[in-house]
Design a protein around this ligand. Sequence first.
Ligand code: AMP
Length: 214
Amino acid sequence: MSSVILLGAPGSGKGTIATRLKSEWEVAHISTGDMFREAIANKTAVGQKAEGYIKSGSLVPDEVTIEVVRERFSKPDVKNGFILDGFPRTIKQAEALNNILAEQSLELDGVVLLNVPSSLIVDRITGRRSCTKCGTIYHLKNMPPKQDGICDKCGSGLMHRKDDTEEVVKDRLSAYNDLTAPLIEFYRNMDLLLEIDASTNPDDMIRQVRELDL
Ligand code: AMP
């Protein structure tokens, strides 16, 4: 059983490797971005609160995000391990997570930092397409689906996220540098930080994660 956080800039590959590790480890995949997108599609109260922030590339307020994660951790499947993808993104969220885990007597095995040069990020994000049903992530050039616009795995349609444009990516990267990057030091101080080279391809990234022996 493994319980990990994937930490890294937008486009570093968190979602891609989380969907693969989830089936390999048979643990819960908790992506706050996916949860917000689903809430927006279902027009829930959380979706309405989150929508404007996501469109503009800024972070959804901590109170809203922490509440969503707290509720997710009340489900029993997290006891069998979890992969956090896109949470925490601020020091306040990381502190809240420590409390949530302590309340549930759960422990983190490690925080995997996906290192990627910023020069690769814009191309990765603007070319990204993801399956509307199973979440598998493709890239128009680097990892195209066999059939245009169709998921190889489940045959559903692929989508281009509205916030995956060059314009919005700039703001998402500033949010990462200003608010999320300080978590690297936070988890290094907790002796939990592990790093992989995320400039390669998904197979190689998975190989590196396996070598961490989490
Ligand atoms: P992602 O799918 O992880 O790239 O997230 C897409 C967008 O959802 C982000 O740009 C934020 O606006 C919002 N979001 C996702 N996770 C968080 C979080 N932990 N804290 C605040 N906002 C978040």
